[in-house]
Design a protein around this ligand. Structure first.
Ligand code: FAD
Ligand code: SIN
Length: 521
C-alpha cells in the first residue's frame, strides 16, 4: 500500500494538536490525524476555562504560587514560570485566532474572569460554561483554511514506527476502510490527549483511552508520574448522564457541597472549604460517601439568583434540566470521576521525548507543570504553550524526511474477530478493576491484586492483537491494558501520599520525593 509522507505528522486534533498545526510554516507539509471527528476530544468539553494572569490585582508570582501549592512539591519551577508568564500572550494568540471569551455585560472592554479551586485570584478566561467548544471549533475553522495541512479524520494511530530510538512515523488504521496505512514523517508530534477511560467513571470523552502514552511506552519512551490521575470532585450523578462534568466554576461562584440532609462538610477538610485544591475535595467527598454509605453528595447553587445561574451556566443548566434537575431550585447530585492525567510521556521544555523526532504535547505529556496535582484550568494553557514551544523548536531544527526502510504493515496474519464480546468484557474488567483498586484511595494490597489481574488481561489482549484483524475497540483495549499496567507500576513505586496519590500504607509525605519513571522492560 502507498505510504502517506509528511514533514510533520500530528497525532490528535485537540487544542494541542491544532494549535501546533496552525503554527507550522506553510512550506512544511503537515498531516493531522484524529481518531474520531476532527473536533472530538477533551478540549471540546472543557467548561471552566483557561487560566492566565490579566488583572492588576493579580500577579505571576501568585499564579505560580497557586500552581506549585496544588502540585504538592513536584512541579518544576522553571516550567511553571515559563508557561504561566507566557499566559497573557497565549490568550492573545487565541483571541487573534478568533476565540471570543465572555466579557462583562456592563463593560464590554473587561473580561469576566472565573475563579476555581486552588486559585487565589480571578484569572480564568472562559466562554460561558462551554469554553472548550468555543476554542476547539474556532481553531478547527482556522485549520481547514490551511493549504499545507491534510486532515485525516477517523484515522487511528496503531503503533509508532521507530528504529534505534528514532521515530519515522506511525501505522494508522483508517476506520472507514479498515486498512492500516503507513505514515512516514520527518517529525511526529503526539497530541492524543489523556487516559481517563481507564476508569469506570470518568468525565472524559471516549477518545481518551491513553493511546499516545501506550504507543510511546511500547517504543521505549520514558513515562512519568502516571499514578497522579486527577479525579474531578463533581460529575453529575444520574444513570443517563454519561460522564457529564459540573464545572468547578460553580463552586467559584459560591456553590456549596452538601450531604443529603443539607449539612455542609468541606470545613472539616480544608480552610478553603469548597475551593480547596481538587485532590482534597475529591478525597473528602469519597470519604463522606464511603463512611455514610452514600451514592452521591450534592452541589447546591440554587440559593443564587436564577437569572445569574442561567446566564452564567447555560449549558449545565440545560443539561441538568434534561435529566429533571432544575439547578436554580434543587441541589445537583454529584460524584467524583477520573478527569485528568497529570502524568504522561516525559518531555522537556521543547516537547522533546527521549525518542528522537518524537515530541509530545498537551495532556499526553508530562512536562513538570502540574507536579502531583494539576491546578484547575492550567491544562488548556499547557496545551497551547507547548504547541508553541515545540513548533518553535521544530522550525529551527527540522532536517527533513529520511528514506530509511520502513516495514510494511503485516496484515496477512489477521483473521476477522468473532470475539468482539471478549474484547468488551476485557474493556469493562480493566475499568472496573482500576476504579475499585486503583482509585482515589489506594493500598499495597489493592495495587498488588490489580497488578496480577492486569498482567493476565494483558496477555489475553496481546493474543487477540496478534491473531485478529485490528479494529478500534481492540486497539483501545490493548492501550487501556498498557495504561492500567503503567499506572499500577507507578503507584507501587510511590511509597508516600502526595497530591493525587493517597496510600493507606504510606499516609505521609516522603522527604526524598521525586518523579516516578516507568520504562518498558
Ligand atoms: P484532546 O483535546 O483530548 O484531543 C485529543 C486528540 O487526540 C483527539 O483529536 C483524538 O481524536 C486524538 N487521538 C487520540 N488517540 C488517537 C489515536 N490513537 N490516533 C489518532 N488520534 C488520536 N482543562 C482546562 O484547562 N480548563 C477546563 O475548563 C477544563 N475542563 C475540562 C472539562 C472536561 C469535561 C474534561 C474532560 C477536561 C477538561 N479540562 C480542562 C482538561 C482539558 O480539556 C484537556 O486536558 C485538554 O483539552 C487536552 O487537550 P489535548 O489537545 O491534549 O487533547
Ligand atoms: C471545570 O470546569 O471544573 C474543569 C476545569 C479543569 O479541569 O481545569
Amino acid at each position: 500500500m502507498k505510504e502517506v509522507t509528511k514533514d510533520i505528522l500530528i497525532i490528535g486534533s485537540g487544542l494541542a494538536g491544532i494549535s501546533a498545526a496552525l503554527r507550522i510554516p506553510e512550506k512544511l507539509k503537515v498531516g493531522i490525524i484524529a481518531k474520531a471527528e476532527l473536533n472530538e476530544g477533551a478540549t471540546l468539553y472543557a467548561q471552566g476555562g483557561i487560566a492566565a494572569v490579566s488583572l492588576p490585582t493579580d500577579s505571576f508570582s501568585s499564579h505560580i504560587k497557586d500552581t506549585m501549592l496544588a502540585g504538592d512539591g513536584l512541579c518544576k519551577k522553571n516550567v511553571v514560570e515559563k508557561v504561566l508568564e507566557d499566559g497573557p500572550n497565549l490568550i492573545q494568540d487565541l483571541i487573534d485566532w478568533g476565540v471570543e471569551f465572555t466579557r462583562f455585560e456592563h463593560d464590554k472592554n473587561m473580561y469576566d474572569l472565573n475563579i476555581e479551586g486552588g486559585h487565589m485570584k480571578r484569572r480564568v478566561f472562559h466562554k460561558d460554561d462551554v469554553t472548550g467548544r468555543e476554542i476547539e471549533n474556532t481553531l478547527v475553522g482556522n485549520l481547514r483554511l490551511r493549504q499545507n495541512v491534510d486532515i485525516f479524520e477517523h484515522h487511528m494511530a496503531v503503533n509508532l514506527i521507530t528504529t534505534d530510538k528514532k521515530c519515522y512515523g506511525a501505522y494508522v488504521l483508517d476506520r472507514k476502510t479498515s486498512q492500516v496505512k503507513t505514515f512516514r514523517a520527518g517529525v511526529v508530534i503526539l497530541a492524543s490527549g489523556g487516559s481517563g477511560k481507564v476508569y469506570l467513571y470518568t468525565s472524559n470523552p471516549d477518545i481518551a483511552s491513553g493511546d499516545g502514552v501506550a504507543m510511546a511506552y511500547r517504543v521505549g519512551a520514558t513515562i512519568s508520574n502516571m499514578e497522579f490521575m486527577q479525579f474531578h470532585p463533581t460529575c453529575l450523578y444520574h444513570f443517563k448522564a454519561k460522564s457529564f462534568l459540573v464545572s468547578e466554576a460553580l463552586r467559584g461562584e459560591g456553590a456549596l457541597l452538601k450531604l443529603p440532609d443539607g449539612s455542609r462538610f468541606m470545613y472539616k477538610y480544608h480552610e478553603l472549604e469548597e475551593l480547596a485544591p481538587r485532590d482534597v475535595v475529591a478525597r473528602a467527598i469519597d470519604f463522606e460517601m464511603k463512611s455514610l454509605g452514600l451514592s452521591c453528595v450534592f452541589l447546591d447553587i440554587s440559593f443564587k439568583d436564577s437569572y445569574f445561574i442561567k446566564k452564567r451556566f447555560p449549558n449545565i443548566f440545560k443539561k441538568c434540566l434534561k435529566f429533571g434537575i432544575d439547578i436554580t431550585k434543587t441541589p445537583i447530585p454529584v460524584v467524583p470521576a477520573a478527569h485528568y492525567t497529570c502524568g504522561g510521556v516525559k518531555t522537556d521544555l521543547y516537547g522533546r521525548t527521549n525518542i528522537r523526532n518524537l515530541f509530545a504535547i498537551g495532556e499526553v505529556a508530562c512536562t513538570g507543570l502540574h507536579g502531583a496535582n494539576r491546578l484547575a484550568s492550567n491544562s488548556l494553557l499547557e496545551a497551547v504553550y507547548f504547541a508553541k514551544a515545540t513548533t518553535d523548536y521544530i522550525k529551527k531544527s527540522y532536517q527533513g524526511i529520511e528514506n530509511t526502510e520502513i516495514e510494511e504493515w503485516n496484515s496477512d496474519r489477521a483473521v476477522d474477530s468473532h470475539e468482539l464480546v471478549m474484547i468488551r468484557h476485557n474493556w469493562e474488567e480493566i475499568r472496573r478493576l482500576m476504579w475499585n483498586y486503583v482509585g482515589i484511595v489506594r493500598s499495597k494490597k489493592r495495587l498488588e491484586r490489580a497488578g496480577r489481574r492486569i498482567d493476565i488481561l494483558l496477555k489475553e489482549i496481546q493474543e487477540y492483537y496478534w491473531n485478529f484483524t485490528v479494529t478500534a475497540p481492540l486497539l483501545e483495549v490493548r492501550n487501556l491494558a498498557n495504561i492500567a499496567h503503567i499506572i499500577i507500576e507507578s503507584a507501587k513505586k510511590r511509597k508516600e501520599s502526595r497530591g493525587l496519590h493517597f496510600s493507606l500504607d504510606y499516609p505521609n509525605k516522603s522527604l526524598a520525593s521525586k518523579d516516578t519513571i516507568v520504562h518498558l522492560k
